[in-house]
Design a protein around this ligand. Structure first.
Ligand SMILES: [Zn+2]
Length: 672
């Protein structure tokens, strides 16, 4: 709409321009020249205030400017043909609406500065600095340098020098908008925009949120997608960036299938909610963040999202609903190499099934078979594997769409010929409890009358299901989490519609908000503690076994561990190579708000118990082996670097400036 209006004005304006040139050009009579008379240039007039008359600067709070302008353009035409004005005309599209109209108005204040009483005024440095602070990320997101003509020191001045605020007109409307949002009764505190965001906008929101809450949040990238987009994580903790002794860590992953987008949106909203509620003194959020380290990756597949979003926009024709449904069901599911990321993890479940009769075999910390690295490993999968190996995660949820249910491991059927077969892990009771935690706190998921999406057939469900009983597949992420690390992950299917209409996003948030919070809090269920030696030093890599559950947990760097458990009596054993075992019997009450503390002290053993040799199966390699032949480095990283180099030579937005008059704006290219 806005775009159309501008376009029409451009046409009108061009007509006007032609007229101006026509009327203005013959300064002297052609016949004078013919007769050999010299045609004198008129005396240069003293510059005067003139009407702005520039299309993209028509909403400034003033109407008069003067040429030459601050950049030295002598006429309006010259200013209009320059790359600076061209940038202002496309910046809305380039940044996907981010920082609009602030950047444009800031630029206008330099191109057509305010003129009063035949004198040019300069815009305020403080405004420039504020815009730069909040918009730098948007430029970084598209790898564009901060435009030279928005250099706050060069072209802007301080209050003392008599500056004007270029965003003056804007402030009033924004305050009005703000006031109307604040009146909504449901969310009195946190202002969240319930709309879709591009990848650039998403990353910018995450970084901005971390800037708003620097005491409790930070962002970091775990790697890049095929097309070079950052896989950006935001972390919340009272000591961001650091693992604290005994503080459990959990993660949320969204948008693994690029076309399943509600999870991505919920996680973006969740980060904004956590930050602002913490600042507003919400007790529940404060104690959650003060006792937990939370990592949120809203999009594991930004390339797929881009494809799916473009397609949904293209088929957004109400007449063509069938095509819309068809495309959104499949397009963008995989990454840019069309790899389904939830089939791309090492299939350790088959390994576990193959070895289950082996006497000493345990279903935990299974090494990645070397053969895995010779198949195609997506950079997104690689990044997540590295990530989950590097942090002692306890609990995780991974968000999808297409059904309304929480599914839990295993996803691979224990019988190769049975497609829908109940295939529990040794932690079946714990996983059911974890899955229930989300489903029961969700507005509609666990209700018997809840609308399912048809993929269960006649099986009655209460909102949770064993993955393989639903349908079997290999190479999924939750099975890998369980069999390779200490982390217990479930898959949350958020609803039938994989790409819901924007109007439904708010309802989606309302339905899931409580579940998202309760699930994070549930990481404190079960027990935790430290395994130490006789001198009081933590033992890294010690095993915590629970009788009756063939799945050990190992201790982290400083000997701390977390074991999610159901209520009841449990017999625990701690062991480590070179130490004697220690055993404890505990009773875990049904209603515990925080993890029960169980510490162990292990004595040095004279004779080493022979657990380790039996456990290691020689053909499998060891847990430490990760990409042993550098297969991934060799292929994927090179491909990625090539992509990146190509982009550096020619950023995607460069074509916008091909029609720039004179020299191309190389000042927009970043020098990294
Ligand atoms: Zn999915």
């Amino acid at each position: 709409m806005e775009f159309m209006r501008r376009k029409m004005k451009t046409i009108v304006f061009l007509n006007a321009l032609v007229t101006v040139i026509w009327c203005a050009s013959p300064r002297c009579n052609p016949e004078d020249e013919f007769l050999g008379r010299f045609c004198k240039e008129p005396e240069p007039e003293k510059p005067k205030c003139v009407d702005i008359m520039m299309n993209y600067c028509d909403d400034m709070s003033y109407t008069h400017t003067m040429f030459p302008n601050i950049l030295g353009h002598r006429t309006r035409e010259e200013a209009e043909l320059g790359p600076e004005y061209l940038l202002l005309s496309v910046v809305h599209n380039l940044l996907n609406g981010e920082c609009t109209p602030d950047i444009r108005m800031l630029g206008c204040s330099v191109l057509v500065p305010r003129c009063e009483k035949e004198k040019v005024l300069k815009p305020c440095r403080s405004t420039c600095e504020a815009v730069r602070r909040s918009c730098r990320h948007a430029f970084e997101g598209i790898e564009m340098a901060w435009p030279y003509f928005l250099d706050c020191d060069r072209f802007f001045v301080s209050d003392q020098e008599g500056c004007y605020d270029p965003l003056e007109g804007l402030r009033v409307t924004q305050e009005e908008d703000q006031a109307s949002i604040d009146n909504t009764p449901e969310e009195p505190h946190t202002v969240i925009q319930f709309s879709y965001q591009s990848n650039t906008q998403m990353n910018s929101i995450l970084k901005k949120t971390a800037e708003q809450c620097p005491e409790i949040a930070t962002t970091y990238s775990i790697g890049r997608s095929v097309e070079g987009k950052d896989l950006l994580v935001i972390e919340f903790s009272n000591n961001p960036g650091v693992h604290e002794l005994l503080e459990p860590e959990m993660k949320y992953i969204g948008n693994m299938h690029g076309n399943e987008v509600l999870g991505r949106q919920l996680l973006i909203y969740l980060t904004q909610y956590l930050c602002s509620e913490y600042l507003l003194g919400n007790q529940r959020i404060q104690s959650l963040i003060n006792t937990t380290r939370i990592h949120i990756l809203p999009s594991m597949n930004p390339d797929g999202y881009e494809l799916a979003a473009a397609e949904v926009q293209g088929t957004n024709d109400p007449e063509n609903e069938e095509a819309q449904n068809y495309y959104s069901w499949t397009l963008g599911r995989g990454n840019a190499q069309n790899i389904d990321l939830n089939r791309n993890f090492p299939d350790l479940t088959a390994v576990a099934y193959g070895r289950r009769r082996h006497r000493h075999f345990r279903n935990d910390h299974i090494p990645i078979p070397d053969a895995y690295w010779f198949d195609k490993v997506a950079p997104e999968t690689y990044a997540v594997m590295k990530w989950i190996r590097s942090i002692p995660f306890v609990l995780s949820a991974n968000f999808h769409g297409g059904e309304l249910v929480v599914s839990y491991p295993y996803d691979l059927s224990k019988h190769p010929l049975e497609e829908k077969m109940f295939s529990p892990t040794p932690d079946e009771q714990v996983f059911k409890q974890i899955a229930r935690t989300y489903a029961d706190a969700h507005a509609t998921m666990s209700g018997n009358n809840s609308e399912r999406c048809g993929s269960f057939g006649s099986i009655g469900q209460d909102g949770i299901i064993n993955g393989a009983k639903w349908y079997s597949f290999a190479g999924g992420m939750q099975d890998f989490n369980y069999l390779h690390t200490n982390c217990l992950e479930v898959t949350v299917e958020l609803g039938c519609d994989k790409f819901p209409a924007e109007e439904e996003l708010y309802t989606g948030w309302q339905d899931n908000k409580e579940a998202l919070l309760t699930f994070m809090e549930s990481v404190h269920r079960g027990i935790k503690g430290i395994v130490k030696d006789a001198d009081g030093n933590g033992i890294k890599g010690a095993r915590i076994s629970v009788r009756g559950i063939r799945h050990d947990i190992t201790t982290a760097e400083n000997g701390d561990y977390w074991r999610m458990l159901t209520a009841g009596i449990h017999i625990l054993t701690a062991s480590a190579p070179g130490y004697t075992r220690a055993m404890k019997k505990i009773h875990l009450p049904a209603r515990m708000q925080k993890a029960g503390r169980v510490d162990f002290v292990l004595q040095k053993a004279v004779v080493e118990p022979n657990i380790e040799e039996d456990y290691n199966i020689p053909s499998m390699g060891t847990y430490e082996r990760f990409d042993p032949y550098n297969q991934f480095e060799r292929y994927s990283i090179r491909e990625q670097n090539q992509n990146r180099e190509e982009r550096q030579e020619k950023p995607w937005w460069w074509s916008y400036f091909s029609r720039a008059h004179g020299s191309a704006p190389t000042w927009l290219l970043r020098i990294d």
